[in-house]
Design a protein around this ligand. Structure first.
Ligand SMILES: *Cc1c(COP(=O)(O)O)cnc(C)c1O
Length: 375
C-alpha cells in the first residue's frame, strides 16, 4: 500500500508533470514573471468558471480577504460578523484593519455560521458579514443574503475551502461558491482544492466599480502609473503560479469528484455507528470536501488520533481552539452562546482527504478508525 498522507500533492503532480513542467519552463523562457499573459489568461478562464464579471488575482487568500475589506471603505470600529470556528485568517484581517470582529457560533451539522445567531449579533455598527464556506460546502447563503439585504450589510464570502461548490437557491437558480456576495475570495495554497505550487489567491466580484477599485488596491493604490490615489498593497499572483493554475483549473471538477468519492467511501463505512457522526451534506450546497471531518461522540477523539498516528495514518484537528479564546482575538462572551463551536472543538477529527486516495488506503483508514471505536 502507498503511504497514507493527509494531502498527496506529489502523486497529483506526477499525473500532469510533463504538461506543467513545460508550462513553467515556458514562463521562465518568456521572462514575463509578473503580470504576464499567463496571469491574464488564468483570470479570464476563472471568470468563466466562476460565472463572475471580474476575477482579480492576488498573492494569497489572506490578502484577498484584507483587500476585499479595504475596498469596502469600512471605518475604524465598524463591526464585521464572522464565525468563531474557522481558520484564523478570516478574523486576522478584520483586526489588522482596526475593524471590530464579532464572532458567532456555527451550526453543529454543517460547521458554517449559525444564521439565527448571526441575526442576533447585528448592531447599528455592523457593516459586513463574512460567511466561511468551511470544509467544502457553502454556508446558508440564501438566508445570509436575505439578512444582509434587510440590514444593508456587505457579504464577503471566504471561499478558500470550497471552490467549485454550487449553491442552489429556492427558486432553482444555482451559483458557484464565492460568486454570491458583493465580493468573494479564495486561496490557491497548495493543499486547497485548486492549489498552485506556492502562494496564490483571488478576489471575485460582479461589481465593475469595486473591481476597478480592487485592481488599484492590489497594485499600490495606482490607477495610473506612479499616481497613487489611495493606500494600497503589493499583492500579485506570479506568472509561474498562474500557468500551473491554468493546467489545473480544467481538472478542478474531476478533482472535486475524486474527493467526493473518497467521502462516499468514508460515509458508508461509518454510517450508523452510534459514536461517529459523518459530515452532513447541506441540502442546498454541493460539497467539495476540502476536509472530511468526523465528530467523535465517545469523548476519545484525541486517543483516536494517537491510535491512528501509531498506524501511520495522519489525522488533523481542524480547529482545536475557538477564535474568541485565542490570545490575539480574545472576545468577551457567554459560552452558552457558543455551544456548538465548543462541542465541535472536542469532537472533530479530519481524516486524510485528497484527490489521490485509493480504495486500499481508504479501507485501511476506515478499518483502523472502526477498530478503535469498537474496542
Ligand atoms: C486557507 C484559508 C485562508 C487563507 O489563505 P492563504 O492563501 O493561506 O492566505 C483563509 N480562510 C480560510 C477559511 C482558509 O482555509
Amino acid at each position: 500500500m502507498r503511504k497514507i498522507q493527509m494531502v498527496d500533492l506529489q502523486s497529483q503532480y506526477y499525473k500532469i508533470k510533463s504538461e506543467v513542467d513545460n508550462a513553467i519552463l515556458n514562463v521562465v523562457d518568456s521572462a514575463a514573471f509578473i503580470n504576464g499573459p499567463e496571469v491574464k489568461s488564468f483570470q479570464n478562464e476563472l471568470e468563466n468558471y466562476q460565472g463572475v464579471n471580474h476575477v482579480i488575482p492576488c498573492a494569497n487568500g489572506t490578502d484577498a480577504l484584507q483587500i476585499a475589506l479595504m475596498a469596502l471603505d469600512l471605518k475604524e470600529g465598524d463591526e464585521v460578523i464572522t464565525a468563531d470556528f474557522t481558520f484564523a485568517a478570516t478574523v486576522e484581517v478584520i483586526h489588522l484593519l482596526k475593524l471590530k470582529a464579532v464572532l458567532v457560533d456555527v451550526d453543529y451539522d454543517t460547521f458554517t455560521i449559525d444564521t439565527e445567531k448571526l441575526k442576533a449579533a447585528i448592531t447599528e455598527k455592523t457593516k459586513a458579514i463574512i460567511p466561511v464556506h468551511l470544509f467544502g460546502q457553502c454556508a446558508n447563503m440564501e438566508e445570509i443574503l436575505k439578512i444582509a439585504k434587510t440590514h444593508n450589510l456587505y457579504v464577503v464570502e471566504d471561499n478558500a475551502q470550497a471552490i467549485g461548490a454550487d449553491f442552489t437557491f429556492s427558486d432553482g437558480t444555482s451559483k458557484k461558491s464565492g460568486s454570491m456576495g458583493i465580493i468573494g475570495t479564495t486561496s490557491f495554497f497548495p493543499s486547497k482544492n485548486l492549489g498552485c505550487y506556492g502562494d496564490g489567491g483571488a478576489i471575485f466580484t460582479n461589481d465593475d466599480e469595486l473591481a476597478h477599485k480592487i485592481r488599484g488596491i492590489v497594485n499600490h493604490g495606482m490607477y495610473e502609473r506612479y499616481y497613487h490615489d489611495e493606500v494600497g498593497v503589493n499583492s500579485r499572483l506570479d506568472s509561474i503560479q498562474a500557468t500551473v493554475l491554468r493546467k489545473k483549473l480544467p481538472l478542478l471538477d474531476s478533482y472535486n469528484d475524486a474527493r467526493r468519492k473518497a467521502a462516499d467511501f468514508y460515509d458508508e463505512a461509518f454510517a450508523n455507528h452510534p459514536q461517529i457522526l459523518t459530515p452532513k451534506r447541506a441540502a442546498n450546497s454541493t460539497h467539495v470536501f476540502h476536509q472530511y471531518t468526523l465528530r467523535i461522540l465517545n469523548g476519545k477523539r484525541n486517543e483516536l488520533r494517537d491510535f491512528l498516528a501509531e498506524k501511520e495514518i495522519p489525522a488533523m484537528i481542524y480547529y482545536p481552539v475557538a477564535l474568541r479564546k485565542q490570545k490575539a482575538y480574545y472576545q468577551e462572551s457567554n459560552d452558552a452562546d457558543f455551544a456548538n463551536t465548543d462541542k465541535l472543538l472536542n469532537e472533530v477529527i479530519s481524516l486524510p482527504m485528497h484527490t489521490e486516495l485509493d480504495d486500499e488506503q481508504l479501507k485501511c483508514i476506515t478499518d483502523s478508525v472502526l477498530e478503535f471505536m469498537n474496542r
